[in-house]
Design a protein around this ligand. Structure first.
Ligand code: ZN
Length: 183
């Protein structure tokens, strides 16, 4: 397993439309494991393949408290079941440290394949409904900040730039200093 680099907003590669997965083969299974590891390493609850620069219809998620119940959605189709939209404070691993309210239908049907290629057909509400719609957007090249005002999009862009700079500095410093010994 490997931790994959995550693309950051406004990287144009995040706008790529994902193609359907043709077969759940060994290569896809490796990517699934890597994406789950990447999601955990980044402390996220969901990750779309688009975010790791693989433009196929694949999403991983873990909404459990103990972070031990990964879910996999291949070739997902999400259908809203209600007109009513609910606001939810969203964040995204591709837009670090930016959070804002997005309104989405509160109840959806999810049809997909799981990691074994078996069909999933379930009704989702609450956080699962929010998360699957957020990840579906990634597969369609949409990022949650697209729903926000121009001003907020500009601010998000600046914030991400800042965060990336700080992270780069931190990793340079970490590389310079000898590894601390844990006793
Ligand atoms: Zn996201």
């Amino acid at each position: 397993m490997a931790v994959l680099p995550i693309l950051s907003y406004p990287d144009p590669r995040l706008r790529t439309i994902a193609a359907p997965v043709k077969e759940v083969d060994a290569e896809i299974k490796t990517l699934i494991s890597d994406m789950i590891e990447t999601m955990y390493a980044a402390d996220g609850i969901g990750l779309a393949a688009s975010q790791v620069d693989r433009h196929i219809q694949l999403i991983v998620m873990d909404l459990s408290e103990n972070r031990d119940t990964p879910m996999v959605f291949i070739n997902p189709k999400v259908t809203p079941l209600v007109e009513e939209k609910q606001p939810y404070e969203e964040g995204c691993l591709s837009v670090p440290d930016v959070y804002d309210k997005v309104e989405r239908p509160s109840k959806v049907r999810i049809e997909a394949l799981d990691a074994d290629g078996e069909p999933i057909d379930e009704i989702a509400e609450g956080l699962l409904a929010v998360c699957i719609q957020h990840e579906m957007d990634h597969l369609n090249g949409v990022i949650f900040v697209d729903y926000l005002s121009r001003l907020k999009q500009t601010r998000a862009r600046d914030k991400v730039k800042k965060v990336l700079k700080i992270r780069e500095k931190q990793s340079q410093q970490a590389a310079k200093q000898p590894e601390a010994t844990n006793v």
